[in-house]
Design a protein around this ligand. Structure first.
Ligand SMILES: NC(=O)c1ccc[n+]([C@@H]2O[C@H](COP(=O)([O-])OP(=O)(O)OC[C@H]3O[C@@H](n4cnc5c(N)ncnc54)[C@H](O)[C@@H]3O)[C@@H](O)[C@H]2O)c1
Ligand SMILES: O=P(O)(O)OC[C@@H](O)[C@@H](O)[C@H](O)[C@H](O)CO
Length: 458
């Protein structure tokens, strides 16, 4: 018989809320919440707690609220599992509870807001810039200006909360995006400050002066939990947990920026604070996430369903190694230890006990490939080479999309509307990078590579 998961039974105090999170998904619970718990000096008297809001569906908030914000983090190594109850979430809230978000941000004790809402949810335009003509942004602007309807996007909700903080005179705060975007602090600033300024220039100026947007490079492979995880946890721990998370043992967090209202001592848990984050970001986004996207499309075309399966296929593995060779030519900062990094990635990807589904990684390719394939392809071309390994990632995406009637992508409409004729590759490439789409030799190369990757040639 298993026992319920609650604070009274485990003798776990509720930490005071001094942090807010937007996007209560698996990664936040495996990463930022874990770092926060491990930053405490006295687990019996924690100093930093989270109020965490879902991004869309309220389900995770309901599940966690029913177990006092507690959940089991399963660290899954190749040779076994380690279970830990995480207590850093003091409050779990539905995304719609914007009144509570306003209240929390208006409190001077709230020091930082972390974010994991997926790359697409920043709703940025070309060059990751603020663009009021993006439909989700235009609709949010209308709601915020007229008050007709509650804010419904990450940036809109944050702008509403920051406005409450300004009115309360609660002082400066840090915003810490933890999504896989390059210069994610700048991207978050564009999304939030851009929207604030468009709603009210005074609010825009306040955000500029009082909000520190911290850039981060975040890493811990955290796949969607399998249905049977709750059962396994009950068997192993003797506790009923309706919201466990599975993750790998490895974790890394590199941050760059100011925390004007303080922060947990995340460095106690291994976080690293740097002045120049770009080389770390590019190493992670190109080598890890780039390889993931390549495997997601090329691997599924060859009939594989997980990262480990695809990596075991020599054809996919060679494509990854070739892409890494190209990317590494442009990772020239000292101290990146690229050979060790690549070796460690191969080991992490091959973890046979982590079922990281390629279908999950394949979502939103139109948003991810501009950060994972395009920079390497562009850099290779600038160096006088054709960038064929990076082009192959794009070709695999094109071949993967071929003939589909449904696509999980924020640009699904444009993808499905792309003409099936000779201009198809150019149209799809145009969704990733307009300049590359204007270059005939790039379009030809991707067309040829895609033809060689079609599922029928498996
Ligand atoms: N899972 C990982 O291994 C990992 C590692 C590093 C970084 N990340 C970053 O974290 C993000 C979330 O990953 P996850 O594993 O937690 O996914 P998840 O599906 O478990 O959670 C996603 C969260 O984002 C919210 N969300 C999704 N679309 C949204 C939208 N349009 N507007 C507002 N909120 C939205 C969801 O409601 C949910 O709270 C990734 O997209 C990535 O940028 C993930
Ligand atoms: O989370 P996404 O959708 O941005 O990308 C899918 C994976 O590449 C990603 O989740 C990695 O597993 C993660 O970035 C590892 O730290």
């Amino acid at each position: 018989m298993s026992t319920p998961l609650n604070r009274a039974a485990l003798g776990l105090p509720i930490p005071p809320v001094r942090l807010v999170h937007l996007g209560l998904g698996a990664f936040f619970r495996a990463h930022q919440a874990w770092y926060t718990q491990h930053a405490e000096t006295d687990p019996a008297d924690p100093q930093w707690g989270y109020a965490a809001f879902t991004g869309r569906s309220p389900v995770m908030a309901e599940l966690l609220a029913a177990q006092d914000g507690l959940y089991t983090l399963v660290e899954r190594a190749g040779d076994g599992d380690r279970h830990e109850v995480i207590g850093a979430i003091a409050e779990a809230r539905a995304a719609e509870d914007v009144d509570r978000l306003r209240e929390l941000l208006a409190a001077p004790g709230t020091a930082a807001v972390t974010i994991t809402v997926t790359e697409a949810a920043y709703h940025l335009g070309a060059g990751l810039a603020f663009d009021p003509s993006v439909p989700a942004v235009a609709a949010e602007l209308e709601r915020l200006r007229t008050g007709a309807g509650a804010p419904a996007t990450m940036a809109g909700r944050l702008v509403a909360g920051l406005d409450a903080r300004r009115r309360a005179g609660a002082g400066p705060i840090a915003v810490v995006p933890c999504d896989n975007l390059p210069a994610n602090g700048t991207a978050a600033r564009h999304a939030v400050q851009g929207l604030a300024a468009a709603v009210d220039p005074r609010l825009g100026r306040w955000v500029e002066e009082h909000v520190s947007f911290v850039s981060t490079s975040i890493d811990r492979i955290t796949p969607r939990a399998e249905d049977e995880l709750a059962e396994t946890v009950a068997r192993e721990t003797g506790r009923t947990d309706r919201a466990p998370v599975v993750t790998e043992p490895f974790s890394s967090w590199v941050l760059s920026g100011e925390f004007p209202a303080g922060r947990p001592a995340w460095e106690r848990a291994g976080a690293v604070f740097v002045d120049d984050i770009e080389p770390f970001e590019n190493r992670k986004l190109w080598l890890l996430n780039g390889a993931h996207s390549l495997l997601a499309y090329a691997g599924q075309l060859r009939g594989h369903s997980t990262v480990a399966e695809a990596l075991a296929d020599p054809d996919c593995r060679d494509a990854v190694e070739a892409f890494w060779d190209e990317a590494c030519a442009h990772l020239t900062a000292p101290g990146l230890a690229l050979l060790d990094y690549r070796e460690a990635l191969l080991e992490r990807f091959a973890n046979p006990r982590i079922a990281h589904h390629l279908a999950q990684i394949a979502v939103d390719g139109s948003v991810k490939l501009p950060m994972r394939a395009v920079p390497v392809l562009t850099a290779e071309r600038a160096a006088g080479r054709d960038g064929r390994a990076a082009a192959r990632m794009i070709a695999a995406w094109v071949a993967f999309l071929d003939g589909r009637t449904q696509v999980q992508d924020t640009a699904a409409e444009q993808i499905l509307a792309a003409d099936a004729g000779p201009d198809r590759v150019r149209a799809l490439l145009g969704l990733l990078d307009r300049e590359l789409a204007g270059q005939d030799d790039v379009v030809d190369l991707i067309t040829r590579l895609a033809a060689g990757l079609a599922p029928t040639t498996r």
